[in-house]
Design a protein around this ligand. Sequence first.
Ligand SMILES: [Ca+2]
Ligand SMILES: [Ca+2]
Length: 128
Amino acid sequence: MDDYIRLAISERATLRSELNRIKNWLIFSLGKRVGKKGRVATPMNAEENRALKNLVTAEAFLGITDQETEGQFVDLTGRRVTYQNWNDGEPNNASPGEHCVTLLSDGTWNDIACSASFLTVNSVSEGA
Ligand SMILES: [Ca+2]
Ligand SMILES: [Ca+2]
């Protein structure tokens, strides 16, 4: 019985590290490096958006902003984003102005003040 439990525990650890590797790969392939701090992801289509949503358990910043021109959302390279998945009533650019974008837990987006502190997507890989 002890052996069985030990085996189960080691199996679980293996699965967990496998899962973390997959997560890291996804974050790497979806993400862009932002300064020294980490990566934020810019989903290009519904499939990537869904993958991201499944990765993050809390609200997380996306690599999208309308800082330059209000209402024109661009990715970190300055290109207009073609795929968007706003929550109802968003983007509302609420006072005093919201120019960053977060992914909500249901997978939709909200524009938000860039000073808000939310996880960047890479944070989920910490503690792996
Ligand atoms: Ca805005
Ligand atoms: Ca908003």
